[in-house]
Write a protein that binds this ligand. Sequence first.
Ligand code: ZN
Ligand code: FE
Length: 252
Amino acid sequence: MALQIDRIPNLGDNYSYLLVCQATGEAAVVDPAEADPLVGRLEACGAKLTKILNTHHHLDHCGANASLVERYDVPVYAHHSDAGRVPGFSHAVDDGDLVSVGQQAARVLHIPAHTMGHIAYVFEEAQALFCGDMLFAGGCGRIFEGDARMMYAALCEKLAALPDDTRVYCGHEYTESNLAFAVTVEPGNERLQQRYKRVQEIRARAAADWHDAKPDEMTIPSSIGEEKATNPFMRAPDADELGRIRSLKDAF
Ligand code: ZN
Ligand code: FE
């Protein structure tokens, strides 16, 4: 049976994700910034929240941890190095650990650079990757705590090794602005140009308030194959080049 994935708009452009194991009705939330939208979805679908899965310590990804723990008494999973800075932290994980949501299992990937304790969750059977602020659709996160070499190892080695049809669920709806930059890096990339056009059409439908966003205005998920074909950060030949285009993007 499947893993149902619900994309929940949070704050101004964040995504949190409600994951429900269809076989058991057990649910987990990835990166909750706001409690109310999630509580509403849970009540509507009748699933039982059993875990909070965090990708990193920034508050736009774990700001709702405390109120959800208070309400549902659920454990909070994050990288062991973030024990002191993820609210409600209770379960330390590291690279290679398995975390389950009902009958569905996720492997933890430690992918530092945006923050040193940044992790991703990859559900192999469900073919879904939750990668927070490291890999974005069409781009990548800022390098706040690590360096370009770490970002290269994360994007171009670890995440690039996942199957092409792995769906990519990232932490923000940044795709249009990422692609606006990407086309300046690779103006001759035909697939990138097509993707940029398609994403502009999708985002032209955007509601005034992100909280009201409908699925047809969301550009997430993409896929590992699509990122490998069109994301200049994932396509960087080495860490130096990735660092160079990251600096350009910081000033874009
Ligand atoms: Zn972040
Ligand atoms: Fe973020």
